[in-house]
Design a binder for this molecule. Structure first.
Ligand code: G6P
Length: 367
């Protein structure tokens, strides 16, 4: 009802606007305000000695895990294996005992994720779960729970729980890197500062509402949409495509931009909008040339970039949404939000049942 929605049209819209607060609250739980260092609860294992992490989850939580893989490999130098839980539960990967099983779930009740958790547990893997519902079945069966402080999420399509998961994984990465000695103190300060700066930067994203609605008009007319990104923007593109499919029923595919030439480029014509997440940074030029290739084949470019990338992207794209420039580490968290907002605006234009999309459930407790 409209009371629960606080005047917003849908729970999803309300929950989108909770991003800054949710990221802030999640950080408050993990960052010591006086030292500005990440503080984890007492761990029943030693992060410095973990030989490998195995990340598994479903849906949006899986994409959060994919971003976590980029971070843990790059910053903490920790080898990572990752798969969707419905596969992980039946895979039989060789596991080194003492590895870290990292499970991610909003509800803590998803059947596949729970089964994967139990499978890893049996094989002497430490279980660390990133959960929003802290009294869930997965919470009871984990060695340690890191809570996302997202509050109840009513909309079937996940929004704020996803950025809260990313926030926790970012903090876990910094703590793991410190334990493993892969991060200088000054770099650690820089990463924590970037995280603490996020809630206010995220609040700025809502100022782009009109530009996002203009993009939504292009997407709403399409039958197929291609989402592109590189590096930690690949899972962000996947989250954007998933959200669009879930609530607008438009077919969308996400690809690593560099992989486009090995297949999806053949699909591109003037009817296929290309949504790309292109923050400035080391992968900016490479992604730009992929977008040029798409444009040369008639693709309509709809680009999310930042203040530094805005000039170059405006010269080539049909529509550009300019986000604040943030540290590359936290860019996937920031960029995920307008991706979700775009899907929301498209669904509103299409008139779908945004909060209760057909055939989907908030928590899938059967296999
Ligand atoms: C369902 C929801 C998704 C969610 C996924 C995993 O498919 O519709 O939004 O990402 O389940 O749920 P979990 O509770 O494990 O995060």
């Amino acid at each position: 009802d409209s009371v629960g929605k606080d005047g917003y049209r849908h729970y999803m819209e309300k929950e989108l606007h909770e991003h800054p607060q949710v990221i802030g609250q999640t950080l408050q739980r993990m960052v010591d305000p006086s030292t500005r260092r990440i503080v984890l609860p007492d761990l029943p294992f030693d992060l410095a000695r973990v030989p490998r992490a195995i990340i598994t989850a479903c849906g949006s939580a899986f994409y959060a895990g994919m971003v976590g893989r980029y971070w843990l490999e790059d910053i903490a130098r920790l080898p990572v294996d990752i798969d969707v839980a419905s596969e992980m539960r039946y895979r039989n990967p060789p596991l080194v005992s003492g590895s870290l099983g990292l499970l991610i779930s909003q509800s803590g009740e998803t059947a596949d994720t729970l089964a994967a958790l139990r499978g890893l547990r049996e094989r002497a893997v430490h279980i660390l779960s990133v959960l929003n519902v802290e009294h869930s079945t997965m919470a009871r069966e984990s060695d340690l729970v890191l809570g996302t402080v997202a509050g109840p999420e009513i909309s079937v399509a996940s929004t704020k729980a996803f950025t809260a998961q990313l926030t926790v994984l970012a903090c876990l990465t910094v703590a793991t890197a410190r334990a493993r000695g892969t991060l200088k103190a000054s770099d650690e300060e820089e990463l924590v500062a970037a995280l603490l700066d996020l809630p206010s930067r995220v609040a700025d994203v809502f100022g782009q509402g009109d530009a996002i609605r203009q993009m939504a008009r292009v997407v709403a007319e399409a039958r197929d949409v291609l989402y592109l990104g590189r590096g930690s923007m690949v899972p962000v593109a996947m989250e954007g495509a998933l959200k669009l499919k879930e609530i607008s029923y438009i077919h969308a595919e996400a690809y690593a931009a560099g992989e486009m030439k090995h297949g999806p480029i053949s699909l591109i014509d003037g009817n296929v909008p290309i949504v790309a997440a292109v923050p400035s940074g080391p992968l900016f030029d490479k992604t730009s040339s992929n977008l040029q290739e798409a444009k040369a084949r008639g693709g309509r470019l709809l680009v999310f970039t930042d203040t530094e990338g805005a000039g170059r992207m405006s010269a080539m794209a049909e529509r550009v949404v300019v986000l604040p420039r943030v540290h590359g580490f936290v860019a996937p968290i920031l960029h995920a939000i307008p991706m979700q907002m775009l899907a929301y605006e498209v669904a509103v234009l299409k008139g779908t049942d945004v909060d209760q999309p057909r055939n989907l459930a908030k928590s899938v407790t059967v296999e």
